[in-house]
Design a protein around this ligand. Structure first.
Ligand code: AMP
Length: 282
């Protein structure tokens, strides 16, 4: 497995593979890899001859008061895991290699980014779209694999790919969870032991909403109140950033859960912000 640190080295390697007739899969990550990432990597491994995993804590998707500096990092461990799971190359550039000091071009999908995570993280998706487009341009993969844990991100990237006629197929993988239901996330390491023991209540709240919908409740406002009550009862110290019922592709809010609807939530436990979601069939 090769470790590549510059966009030029990545481009040259991928160009050579394509010339040899190989297909290429890309899995973009911010590293500190966990089993959720590995499920993406394993899927990507099956879908192409050559597999590139990027490990880049992208500064442009972090707001000024966010956790860029303390975001967990462990490149040696990531390299080992990526190699064990069949990656042909890991691309791990320094921020200075990805962004010129006078970088001035941004990609945005404002219509899909104005709610949910985009409402509390205004520049986040602009940074995500820009870095993913840069990676897609460098690698020119046949397929790129993402997680449905970041459902809004995936919806935005798919819209970007469609609108800009990108060649790569964008694939979304189901949320990979701990045994107690907590969605795996690099940020879970921020949780204290006590918080960690209690946060599966978020997933339980999503499952409760699924049951209520199965029982016939379709009023998104009522369901939202029920979710809030569940969190207040089970995680009294938590603060709900949002709990939103939206169309799964357009991210537009819906009033009735009478067709496929995404319930997406973000919850603060102390300083840690956890996201999760569930597709309600309606
Ligand atoms: P990140 O390193 O957090 O930027 O995530 C890199 C990719 O892994 C994104 O496409 C995420 O949606 C995906 N991912 C992160 N956590 C999970 C999870 N628990 N299950 C599935 N995919 C995930």
């Amino acid at each position: 497995m090769d470790l590549l640190n510059t966009p030029a080295a990545l481009r040259i390697q991928c160009r050579q593979w394509r010339k040899q007739g190989h297909s290429i899969a890309l899995v973009p990550t911010m590293g500190f890899l966990h089993a959720g990432h590995m499920s993406l990597i394993d899927e990507a491994r099956k879908r192409a001859d050559k597999l590139v995993v990027s490990v880049f804590v992208n500064p442009t998707q972090f707001g000024p008061n966010e956790d860029l500096d303390r975001y967990p990092r462990d490149l040696p461990r990531d390299l080992k895991l990526a190699e064990e799971h069949g990656a042909d190359a890991v691309f791990a550039p320094e921020p200075g290699a990805m962004y010129e000091p006078d970088h001035a071009t941004w990609v945005e999908v404002p219509e899909l980014a104005k709610g949910l995570c985009g409402a509390s993280r205004p520049i986040h998706f602009r940074g995500v779209c820009t870095v993913v487009l840069k990676l897609l341009n460098l690698v020119q993969p046949d397929v790129a694999v993402f997680g449905q844990k970041d459902w809004q991100q995936l919806a935005i990237l798919k819209r970007m790919a469609r609108d800009l006629n990108l060649d790569a197929e964008l694939v979304g993988m189901p949320i990979f969870r701990e045994a107690d239901g907590l969605a795996m996330s690099s940020r879970n390491v921020y949780l204290t032991g006590d918080e960690r023991a209690r946060v599966p209540a978020i997933r339980q709240g999503l499952l409760l909403m699924q049951q209520r919908v199965k029982d016939g409740e379709t009023d998104a406002e009522q369901l939202g109140l029920m979710f809030r009550r569940h969190i207040a009862d089970t995680l009294p110290d938590a603060r709900i950033d949002y709990a939103a019922f939206v169309h799964p592709e357009s991210m537009a809010p819906v009033a009735r859960v009478d067709k496929a609807t995404l319930l997406a939530v973000a919850v603060f436990i102390g300083k840690v912000r956890l996201i999760d979601n569930i597709l309600l069939e309606g």
